[in-house]
Design a protein around this ligand. Structure first.
Ligand code: MCN
Length: 775
């Protein structure tokens, strides 16, 4: 019997197969005649390819072919830069000079760029074959950091991008110059949101096989958006879309980096089709660090004009964003500007960005994509304002919050915030953290010259999510009354099978266990834009709800004929379709399905019980929250220990509270890791210093305390579920909360700001310098 499942704590449908290892990832797929592909990659950040010599590799037993960029050119088009816009559609504004072939021809622009592919009968033979390929390189001067890339005389990545500028963007509103002129004080800070790597458990992987049915190709790819990849492959291979089938089987995480059309996807699809042979490439972790897109990578000047009470009269922001060499997305630094006022009612703004090519791995989406950067800058700046004015940080926040009665709120950044109650979230978070007691303990420790300093940091955030342009759902009641649903989203850890089954079970009166949700196959699912930007429930879940409503309506119509009642008198009640007020005259969905697919339907009703719906969101939605971090900093070593973490997140109506909780936990872990651990580092020649997990510091369980997670619920009016996204939210609030906490702990040393990651050495040096030279 179906129960009320929306909002219920149900266990994830996905977990039994995941925890018993019975799932199938791309690397698990067996196929007769499969050949293995390994790539020859550039050891230089910038170089010309004078020639590629493959004879030695071809002599190796098992090596079948060595394919260079020139060989591949005839079989595919060059890849455009920025193939996907924020709305999911094609952007493709790149000039010809900025396109590159999947196996680069003539020139490379970052370490790890693929220039040839070795095909072999085993992975081992392919790896050995790669070592045998001789590339005649002519190294060129490289430019690695975006500020140097902007300087006169810097090496140029693309002839049609002077000063290496890919694009600039500006948002100006009100009269910021006048506000700065009359300000009581101008508070400035330069900040860095350092480059990060996504590091999902499963790296990227592609298997491509010729499709005899269509003459095209089937591509299994660990990807967040199979339909988007299909469009990209169709363009690159110059094939009709219906000759390409993309399947994303089990996907072991993505965090934003499994998006777009990667060179490896195109290379394998083109070569499998050309050679009529199935090919697989499985990324190594070292390849992941240098050839899978990175995230963040911004340097920002922030400036606030404030009055004597701490009200922010105007904001200036200039973001210099590192895009790397071949960005898949270029709009992410624009999202930073769009969230430039955060939760504050600032009317005068002058926000700009300069997006710059460098000889590094491309920078694209990483959990939060542009919004964590904005929240970090703003929430750090608010703490700087509080410190300069000698006021508590919560007081400055409360003075500046957008008031609850101001919603819907038209922000000067052009965003239309749907609903919010920011002070409620902050108040709840401070209560949960026992803020007053913590402040008393902090004072005691300073007075007692305790070795471990206590720091309390808070951050408030709002983010934009639920990107369109639309999402799809198809629901089919099978003749037996069980339900199969198809979604255009493509989860990679989020648990959509569970949430969507909850929606369907309630709307159709079917048992949760009798619902199967399918995804990740372009030949089965309706067109969709995949999973990213915390859009899946808001957009895909709304499509699912609509499709379920449509099926329910038809089921009621059929039930009415079977129960000899008027359609208006039939309702779904506790899992049964019944005549209102007469529980004895009722039917199960199974009985109705039997009729829908069998004999006896009246002439006015078509057979079958299924519906396909697309939901186009009228606008974005804006989840928000407040986080509090409590840290202990060792005066002797500079080591930061996160003692307590409280989050209060508001994602409107929660459909699967357990899954939301999981998303919050994962988000906090990633946000904390940016604050204290993770950083992709290049040396000045563009060599990747953090090229493996020996050098790139991921968080471990013992780096994190148990989190305290609270919530407020402010529904959005802009989708039928009242839901907002949660997939990225906690990543956004946690980073500034932790940095604010560490800087708060270091107040006795007059430290004003520290750049992330807050490694012990950096913190220790700041204490030695008395804060004067703190970075
Ligand atoms: N949910 C809910 N009620 C809400 C909001 C969401 O029950 N009000 C549920 C959803 O049904 C879904 C989950 O919470 O199961 C997250 O939903 P949503 O906020 O819609 O986000 P998406 O599903 O679109 O996921 C994308 C988001 C992003 S952008 C990144 S990056 C990310 C993330 O989710 N990467 C992840 N979470 C991840 N989780 C895992 N395990 N692995 C990743 O790579």
């Amino acid at each position: 019997m179906a129960s009320k499942l929306l909002g219920a704590h149900v266990k994830r449908k996905e977990d039994p197969r995941l925890i018993t290892g019975t799932s199938q990832y791309v690397a698990d797929i067996a196929m007769p005649g499969l050949q293995h592909v390994v790539f020859v990659r550039s050891p230089h950040a910038h170089a010309r390819i004078r020639g590629i010599e493959a004879a030695a590799a071809l002599r190796r037993p098992g090596v079948v072919a060595v394919v260079t960029g020139r060989d591949l050119m005839a079989h595919c088009a060059p890849l455009p830069i920025a193939t996907v816009s924020a709305e999911g559609g094609g952007e493709d504004k790149a000039g010809v000079g900025r396109q590159h072939y999947p196996l680069s021809v003539g020139r490379v622009r970052h370490v790890g760029e693929a220039v040839a592919a070795v095909l072999a009968t085993s992975m081992e033979a392919a790896v050995d074959g790669v070592a045998d390929v001789q590339v005649d390189w002519e190294p060129l001067p490289a430019v690695v950091d975006p500020l140097s890339a902007l300087a006169d005389g810097a090496p140029q990545l693309f002839e049609d991008a002077p000063k290496n500028i890919e694009h600039t963007q500006a948002i100006k509103a009100g009269d910021p110059d006048a506000a700065f002129a009359k300000a009581h004080r101008v508070v400035k800070q330069r900040m860095i949101s350092q480059r990060l790597s996504g590091v999902p458990l499963e790296g990227r992987a592609v298997l491509a096989a010729p499709d005899p049915a269509t003459g095209g190709v089937v591509v299994w790819s660990t990807h967040q958006a199979p339909h988007v990849l299909r469009s990209g492959l169709a363009a690159a291979l110059r094939l009709p879309q219906n000759q390409i089938r993309v399947i994303a089987p089990e996907v072991g995480g993505g965090f934003g980096v499994k998006f777009g059309t990667y060179p490896e996807d195109v290379t394998l699809a083109a070569l499998a089709r050309r050679g009529r042979v199935p090919l697989r490439w499985v990324e190594s972790r070292v390849e992941h660090m240098m050839a899978t897109t990175h995230g963040r990578g911004q340097v920002t000047e922030m400036e606030a004009a404030v009055d004597a009470q701490g009200r922010i009269l105007a904001l200036r922001m200039h973001v210099i964003a590192d895009l790397g060499a071949y960005p898949i997305f270029t709009f992410i630094p624009d999202l930073t500007l769009m969230m430039g006022v955060g939760v504050y009612g600032v009317e005068n703004v002058d926000l700009r960005n300069t997006c710059v090519f460098t000889n590094t791995t491309s920078v694209a989406a990483y959990r939060g994509a542009g919004r964590p950067e904005a929240a970090y800058y703003l929430e750090r700046l608010v703490d700087c304002i509080a410190a300069e004015l000698g006021k508590p940080p919560e007081e400055i926040r409360r003075k500046n919050f957008i008031r609850p009665d101001a919603f819907p709120y038209a922000a000067p950044t052009g965003q239309k915030y749907d609903s919010g109650e920011y002070d409620r979230a902050l108040t709840r978070a401070l209560e949960l953290a026992r803020h007053d007691e913590l402040r008393a303990e902090q004072r005691r420790r300073v007075e007692g010259k305790d070795r471990r300093l206590l720091g309390i940091g808070m951050a408030c955030y709002v983010e934009m999510c639920g990107f369109g342009p639309y999402e799809s759902a198809m629901i089919r009641v099978e003749p037996s009354g069980t339900v199969t649903a198809f979604t255009g989203t493509s989860p990679h850890g989020q648990g959509h099978e569970t949430t969507f089954a909850q929606i369907i079970a309630d709307q159709l009166g079917v048992d949760f266990d009798e619902v199967v949700v399918r995804h990740g196959d372009t030949s089965l699912t309706p067109m969709g834009f995949g999973t990213g930007g915390s859009r899946s429930l808001v957009v895909g879940g709304s499509a699912m709800l609509r499709a379920a409503d449509k099926v329910q309506e038809k089921a009621r119509r059929i039930a009415a004929t079977m129960l000899e009642a008027a359609f208006e008198d039939v309702e779904l009640n506790d899992g049964r379709y019944q005549v209102k007020g007469m529980p004895s005259r009722s039917l199960t969905l199974g009985k109705i399905a039997e009729r829908a697919y069998g004999e006896g339907l009246p002439s006015g009703i078509d057979p079958a019980l299924e519906a396909t719906e697309y939901f186009r969101p009228p606008q974005l939605v804006y989840p928000f929250g407040a986080h509090v971090a409590v840290v202990e900093v060792d005066r002797e070593t500079g080591r930061v220990e996160l003692r307590q973490f409280v989050s209060v997140d508001d994602c409107g109506t929660r459909i699967s509270p357990l899954l939301v909780e999981g998303q919050v936990h994962g988000g906090i872990a990633q946000g904390v890791a940016q604050a204290v651990l993770e950083e992709v580092v290049y040396d000045s020649d563009g060599q990747l210093v953090t090229g493996s997990l020996m050098d790139y510091a991921l968080p471990r369980a013992d780096d994190l305390p148990s989190f305290v997670t609270g919530q407020t619920v402010t529904a959005t009016p802009f989708n039928p579920l009242g839901a907002k996204g949660i997939g990225e939210a906690a990543t956004i609030g946690s980073t500034p909360a932790v940095v604010n906490a560490v800087v708060d702990a270091l107040r006795p040393f007059k430290v004003r700001h520290l750049d992330m990651p807050l490694r012990p050495e950096r913190v220790w040096r700041a204490m030695q310098n008395g804060g004067t030279r703190a970075r």
